[in-house]
Ligand binder design. Structure first.
Ligand SMILES: Cc1ncc(COP(=O)(O)O)c(C=O)c1O
Length: 416
């Protein structure tokens, strides 16, 4: 489907009135967090257990990483004073070298955020050709695609559950221009992993690039060698390796701001493309750099990933599996099929999200609410995220609220 200049529903910008209404309904929007104690947070006078954190490996609380960041700030100051093209503290090449090795990629380029990458690298790769954005892809991918369209590209929308649709669209686009197919790796709402082997095969057959944003998978899922103690695989080296794919015709984008708890993001590309992007992607010259603490936290994060990563992922999976088993025992629907720590719970049709938010708040459970118009009406509900810094007591607390919500008929039933 060719996308008209009008935004699809899920990408409409809510009005300030709508934001006011959301704030009136629940303190979980635009909340000010006063204090943090492990995975407990204080908002006003209320202490809550935080199930909205993307810090999947608990690196935000890790002493080794905190100390490494402090040491680096003493050495380098709080912030590099240069954009990357003008001066790279040694930390940058160290990060790119280690990241390239971890991913098994040809090369990598790091920039401050994934949003920067989608808004600059994606249009540079599309280069006035055609961009095909999967319907449930993250808003920032869609924004990058829209920007590419503003620069003259054709923008199409396709659905991951209908690969024939993608083939039809690829066939209809000009084969003489670049074609870039984009989607989430671990999906930011459902937590599901796409069928990357099938999609990569289609893209290779049609000479298109497959551009995958694995913000939620990097650090969590990784290569599978049959030895890994969980379905996540090992090393947390993201969806391409997890799916046994090579980087031929595949561009992996990921970030450190979730599992690695640091402000930095990456794109894995061949070295000649990396060199081109240093000029073609404006943030390399025009954007401020990541803070020194983040750069050092990424390097220390690689060390921790090597020494304790499997243990942290084991805990993460164990806690996630406990929540999913409970959801299943209640007969409640979640789209989560791959046991990743991203668990979406849509509400029963027509059920009031504000009432759900009130009960969660009273029981001290903090989640990501998915309210209309931020999501389409049929997807109203909430998202739970587990991290390795949660405890069994936190999971008991969450499971007990889910039982209560289910007793009120708030949660959508699983299909028999
Ligand atoms: C799938 C996905 N992509 C991109 C982003 C944005 O990442 P960044 O904060 O690095 O711009 C997010 C953030 O939530 C995300 O979930």
């Amino acid at each position: 489907m060719k996308v008209s200049p009008h935004l699809p529903d899920a990408h409409k910008i809510p009005s300030t009135d709508q934001l006011d209404r959301l704030r009136e309904q629940t303190p979980m929007y635009d909340a000010v967090i006063e204090e943090v104690d492990g995975r407990r947070i204080r908002v006003g006078d209320t202490w809550l257990t935080d199930f909205a954190s993307c810090n999947y490996l608990g690196f935000d609380l890790d002493e080794e990483i905190i100390t490494a960041g402090e040491r680096a700030v003493r050495r380098w100051g709080t912030h590099p004073g240069w954009s990357r093209l003008l001066g790279n503290p040694r930390l940058y090449p160290q990060i790119e070298e280690r990241l390239t090795e971890l991913l098994g990629a040809p090369d990598t380029l790091v920039l401050p955020t994934i949003t920067h990458i989608h808004m600059s690298v994606l249009p540079a790769l599309v280069d006035g050709g055609a961009v095909f954005v999967e319907a449930s892809a993250h808003k920032t991918i869609y924004d990058g695609g829209s920007y590419a369209r503003g620069l003259g590209a054709q923008l199409y929308r396709w659905h991951a559950d209908d690969p024939d649709e993608l083939v039809r669209l690829l066939r209809s686009a000009d084969a003489g221009r670049p074609r870039v197919v984009c989607l989430d790796g671990v999906n930011s709402m459902t937590g599901n992993i796409p069928d990357l082997p099938a999609l990569a095969e289609i893209c290779r057959e049609w000479g298109a690039l497959l551009y995958v944003d694995d913000a939620h998978g990097f650090g969590v899922i990784g290569e599978r060698d049959g030895e890994a103690p969980t379905p996540y695989g090992s090393r947390g080296n993201a969806v391409v390796r997890h799916c046994g794919q090579s980087y031929d015709n595949v561009v992996l984008v990921g970030g450190f701001s979730k599992a690695y708890s640091a402000l930095l993001a990456f794109v894995a590309v061949p070295t000649r493309v990396k060199e081109h992007l240093k000029l073609a992607a404006p943030p390399y010259l025009y954007s401020g750099p990541s803070p020194v603490h983040s750069l050092a936290a990424v390097l220390a994060g690689f060390d921790v990933n090597e020494t304790r990563g499997e243990q942290l992922r084991f805990t993460l999976h164990r806690l996630t599996a406990r929540v999913l088993a409970h959801i299943r025992s209640l007969g409640v629907h979640t789209p989560n099929r791959h046991q990743t720590p991203v668990i979406e719970l849509p509400l029963s049709p027509g059920y009031d999200l504000a009432a759900v938010a009130k009960l969660l708040w009273r029981r001290g459970v903090y989640v990501t609410l998915a309210a209309y118009p931020l999501v389409p009406r049929g997807q109203v509900g909430f998202r739970i995220q587990l991290t390795s810094a949660h405890t069994d007591e936190h999971v008991d607390q969450l499971n007990s609220v889910l039982t209560e919500l289910n007793g009120h008929g708030a949660l959508r039933r699983a299909l028999a």
